[in-house]
Design a protein. Structure first.
Length: 108
């Protein structure tokens, strides 16, 4: 009968090291899918995938999740503040126009 040798799980440590390196440095995967018939482009899909840690992404200037209202609680409040300021300005302009109109009607 043949004896089976016991194997140790050293790959888990290697996988963790590889994952740490990938997230630290970042990896970009790019590809294009193009569908053509008789040299006429019917559909083109450009795929870009970046795998990196949040810290590394922010170092590269990628921070879209901070402005997305669905992903960041602060992003929604910034939008509301901006909308509030815009509405205040519009209200002030409308009040000024109403006063001017009232003055013109009083003179007539």
């Amino acid at each position: 009968m043949s004896e089976q040798k016991m194997m140790h799980a050293t790959d888990a440590t290697n996988l963790a090291d590889i994952l740490e390196r990938v997230l630290d440095k970042g990896v970009v995967i790019a590809g294009d899918i193009k569908i053509q018939i008789a040299d006429i482009d019917l559909l083109t899909i450009k795929i870009r995938l970046l795998i990196a840690s949040v810290d590394r992404a922010m170092e590269m200037g990628i921070d879209w999740w901070q402005q997305d209202a669905y992903l960041s609680s602060g992003a929604g409040s910034k939008d509301l503040e901006r909308e509030h300021r815009d509405l205040r300005k519009r209200l002030e302009r409308n009040e000024e126009l109403r006063k001017r109109t009232a003055r013109c009607e009083a003179k007539a």
